[in-house]
Design a protein around this ligand. Sequence first.
Ligand SMILES: [Zn+2]
Length: 429
Amino acid sequence: MNAYLIKGARPLGGDPVDILLKDGRIAAIGDSLAATGAEVVEAAGLIALPGLVDLHTHLREPGREDAETVETGSRAAALGGFTAVHAMANTDPVADTAGVVEQVWRLGQEAGLVDVVPVGAVTVGLKGERLAELGAMADSAARVRVFSDDGHCVADPALMRRALEYVKAFDGVVAQHAEEPRLTVGAQMHEGDRSASLGLTGWPAAAEEAIIARDVLLAEHVGARLHVCHVSTAGSVEILRWAKSRGVQVTAEVTPHHLLLTDACAESYDPVFKVNPPLRTDADVEALRAGLADGTIDVVGTDHAPHAVEDKESEWAQARPGMLGLEQALSVVIETMVEPGRLDWAGVADRMSVRPAAIGRLADHGRPLAPGEPANLVLVDATARASVDPAALASRSRNSPYAGRELPGRVVATFLRGVPTVLDGKAQK
Ligand SMILES: [Zn+2]
């Protein structure tokens, strides 16, 4: 079957229409469409959005297949409504050569559930000492455009400047994990009243803000594209607003967990809430929501970070930072942004599909729902509510910070180039 007739869906929350998918593209949109031979998908009341795009996913393969694989992470992504994910470079071996990024890209093609777009490391081995083979990765079959040492900050300002200059040659972007390492030695949680009372070493907001301020100045100076990963503080939003007002080519992302959770979670000492950058304060959460609403923050990036049980279920100080995100990202955005009226469905499509696809220079994603366009889309039941059960997730890991929490929104179907990867809420392979 290579034709699907979606009946009664609401594109971007608008009036119900039928959408015909044929040969990988949207063939027609209109009232009471008929198509002999097409498989009918009843979608009355469901919201239709362009397939979601994640700029920040850790798929762990190669190297930590016990925590996640390209295939299991792709399945989690499809179930979350994604049709493309960028796979971060901090694998083992590190994705710092054309060979490794091509390997990850091929594994994604074989899994066939989402487009897996490899991110290339900025520096060899993520060591922050010398630039990786950026040009070779850009020219490879994986066509890398996003480069990041995520997990580590490119702390050396001269090296960061050279990376920004270098990627201009192939319209690339450097995605910075903004963390001044000298200010976060031994850090366990956000530095503030709660870290003081819990007796845990703090991660000050200034460690993030100082790097963002430096990097927007460097990006302006050399005329290059900069993307800031997982922005977590109110001060960072202010710096980005200032930089954008100057015309700096900077984009930024916020994670679902930083939109919903605060450092109060650390009081449980449950390591599932340990993450880098750490969960911040109520005031930071409010600033992040406001920044996403007004577009200062361009995109929601999941920072999906699966960890094996032995790396996560230990004492707080020993636990690895990071949490799952792909399967609940849209639900958290509905909870924090849509239901309170801070973002409409067009806004969700913009922040979770259009802008991330544009930053990653993905031609086939983030496109309008219109005839002739690639049939990458998701159908969402926004009225459904369910409690999150980590055991039911498709990810190979279980470190969800939303366990037991009731969240709105259910992905009913995801289509990748006209083929359902998810139907009736179930992965199709
Ligand atoms: Zn990071």
